[in-house]
Ligand binder design. Structure first.
Ligand SMILES: NC(=O)c1ccc[n+]([C@@H]2O[C@H](COP(=O)([O-])OP(=O)(O)OC[C@H]3O[C@@H](n4cnc5c(N)ncnc54)[C@H](O)[C@@H]3O)[C@@H](O)[C@H]2O)c1
Length: 262
């Protein structure tokens, strides 16, 4: 690596936890952090996907451990972090990436309670459970970094897509990021969020005809006029995970083809 990259973007010797690491952004983040030198603890509900991510990490010469757990299951997350204590003994980086999209596409007055509770449980409560476990360790260390995956829909309403549940949870993630950043900045723990625009991942079934309508709408509303790939978030992630961002906390970074600039 070039000297400046080695100096400020290196993750050599770091232990990183990624939730939702079995596909999409989570896999791209795990591989990127391994290439930068980190060892990984990978959490997801999908064991097959996790195995593939582990192979990609190991091919890059780094250590990777699998923890099959649902981020909305408090006991399972506590157990996963205990496992990480045994394997790494510290946590330098947590990427709260696991999340689900909107199952129900309709107005709030018709929204089924079960769908509402599930999306809040995964997208918001899951971030809380994982952050709390990580912060207990980072507070003891007096160092660490947390990166939360929010969304453009955490900054504005998702009205034209009827994304009421999703937008609510991502708005919660944005303000949880700010709250945690303020509480832990004095303890050398930096906490930031990324708000991606529309990227091609497994979060949506792109073969489904209803998805095509959403793709066209999103292209029309995105100044760059296109969707992005999961790999296009790697640079932002590495910046927030590395010492390059040591004086940055509570920032909410849009990577959205200009969507939020309107
Ligand atoms: N793709 C986009 O356009 C986009 C835009 C903005 C924000 N995001 C956010 O990015 C994050 C990653 O999503 P993605 O687009 O890579 O989707 P994805 O579906 O490809 O990946 C999400 C991963 O999270 C896992 N997961 C889902 N529920 C889980 C749970 N309860 N416990 C543990 N793991 C669980 C899935 O198994 C999957 O591996 C999500 O938080 C999503 O809301 C995505």
């Amino acid at each position: 690596m070039m000297a400046i990259l080695d100096d400020i973007f290196s993750l050599k010797g770091k232990a990183a936890v990624v939730t939702g690491a079995a596909s999409g952004f989570g896999r791209a983040f795990a591989v990127a952090m391994a290439e930068a030198g980190a060892d990984l603890a990978l959490i997801d509900t999908n064991p097959q996907g996790l195995k593939q991510t582990v192979e990609l990490v190991r091919e890059r010469g780094r250590v990777a451990h699998i923890h099959v757990a649902d981020v909305s299951d408090e006991a399972a997350i506590c157990a996963a972090f205990k496992g990480i204590d045994e394997s790494f003994g510290r946590i330098d980086i947590l990427v709260n990436n696991a999340g689900i999209g909107e199952r129900f596409r309709g107005k709030i007055h018709e929204y089924p309670s079960a769908d509402w509770k599930r999306i809040v449980d995964v997208n918001l409560n899951g971030v809380f459970y994982c952050s709390r476990e990580a912060l207990r360790r980072m507070y003891a260390q007096q160092s660490g970094k947390i990166i939360n995956l929010a969304s453009i829909w955490g900054m504005v309403g998702g009205g034209f897509l009827n994304a009421g549940g999703y937008a609510t949870t991502k708005g919660g993630v944005v303000n949880l990021t700010r709250e945690m950043a303020l509480e832990y900045a004095p303890h050398n723990i930096q906490i930031n969020a990324i708000c991606p625009g529309f990227h091609r991942t497994s979060i949506m079934d792109f073969g489904d005809p209803q998805s095509q309508g959403i793709v066209e709408l999103m292209k029309a509303h995105t100044p760059a006029g296109r969707l992005a790939g999961a790999e296009e978030l790697r640079g932002t992630l590495l910046y927030l995970a590395s010492s390059a961002s040591n004086f940055m906390s509570g920032s909410i970074i849009a990577v959205d083809g200009g969507f939020l600039a309107r």
